[in-house]
Design a protein around this ligand. Structure first.
Ligand SMILES: NC(=O)C1=CN([C@@H]2O[C@H](COP(=O)(O)OP(=O)(O)OC[C@H]3O[C@@H](n4cnc5c(N)ncnc54)[C@H](OP(=O)(O)O)[C@@H]3O)[C@@H](O)[C@H]2O)C=CC1
Ligand SMILES: O=C(O)[C@@H]1CCC=N1
Length: 270
């Protein structure tokens, strides 16, 4: 069978994408090649997904006919681009989709001259099909490449198209955001424990509160401020908690976290 999908880097995000794409039948295992340096990780990927696994990044490029997903850390991008440079003259042209934080379309286009490239920023809820991915398209892409990217990322959640100037901000918000939400869940549970709840129950209450609130905001399309007002009874418990959050600079802390992450994404692209 023809190999259609190449994945360079089978780590956290690479595996999240691989797993859903195979589960949903978008690619058959025999249509996928993955490159991964570590033997233990290689064996795991081979055994779990029944895909071809290699250490040869150039082979992934020459074998994959439809799409090559780059899912390595931004710090190894130049090394990988060099490895692949030799086979580029063969003029194979899968669409290259990079999920690397900070790495710009112009950097991708200089590494893969004249190839169609797409910059994408997914997030870890992709693992459970609840991710959100922002896409921006390089100069050599066409409608077919866009469709492939939409198909790949809609297998793991929502997809939005943005202009490249917004990608660092997207990275700061939805790319890194799951870590901020996880920190909030952990802290809510800690608060519950401090107030006397057993740990397991505190965790369950915290997770479901975040999940349910997100669902309510999404399904009823209400403004977060309105939802806050609905929970906040005059002279009640919630306003006592909110006053404390405001004293501690909760909103400002989140705003600054997103800005710091966006700035770091910009730096990684330099
Ligand atoms: N994690 C997240 O939430 C998100 C991450 N991203 C982006 O996704 C990319 C990957 O992140 P993440 O999955 O978290 O990182 P991981 O470290 O989990 O995955 C990277 C994988 O690439 C492998 N790798 C390292 N060097 C090479 C090489 N030369 N050739 C092939 N594979 C190699 C690593 O192997 P080894 O471990 O042996 O080094 C590892 O398995 C990053 O660029 C990040 O910016 C984007 C959105 C969200
Ligand atoms: O922390 C990082 O750099 C990556 C990019 C977005 C989420 N994780």
């Amino acid at each position: 069978m023809t190999i259609k999908l190449g994945l360079i880097g089978g780590g956290v995000m690479g595996e999240a994408l691989l797993s859903r794409l195979i589960d949903r039948g978008i690619y058959q295992p025999s249509e996928v090649i993955v490159s991964e340096p570590q033997p233990t990780r290689q064996n795991y990927l081979r055994q779990t997904y029944n895909v071809t696994v290699t250490t040869d990044n150039a082979l992934v490029f020459t074998e994959a006919k439809e799409v090559v997903l780059l899912a390595v850390k931004p710090q190894v991008f130049s090394a990988i681009a060099q490895e692949i440079a030799d086979v580029l003259s063969i003029r194979i042209s899968p669409v290259v989709i990079s999920i690397l934080a900070g790495v710009s379309l112009s950097q991708l286009e200089s590494a893969f001259p004249e190839l169609p490239v797409i910059r994408a920023m997914p997030n870890t809820p992709a693992t459970v099909g609840e991710g959100i991915t922002a896409l921006c398209l390089g100069a050599y892409t066409n409608g077919k490449h866009h469709k492939i990217a939409q198909q790949v990322f809609s297998a793991v959640g929502q997809v939005v198209d943005v202009s490249e100037m917004l990608m660092d901000a997207v990275t700061g918000l939805s790319g890194s955001g799951p870590a901020y939400v996880a920190l909030m869940v952990e802290s809510l549970a800690d608060g519950g424990v401090a107030a006397g709840l057993p740990r397991g129950l505190a965790h369950q209450l915290a997770v479901q509160t975040v999940l349910g609130t997100a669902k309510l905001l999404q399904e009823n399309k209400i403004h977060p401020g309105e939802l806050k007002d609905r929970v906040t009874s005059p002279g009640g418990t919630t306003i006592a908690g909110i006053a404390q959050l405001e004293r501690a600079g909760f909103r400002s802390a989140l705003i600054e976290a997103v800005k710091a992450s966006a700035l770091r994404s910009q730096e990684l692209g330099k």
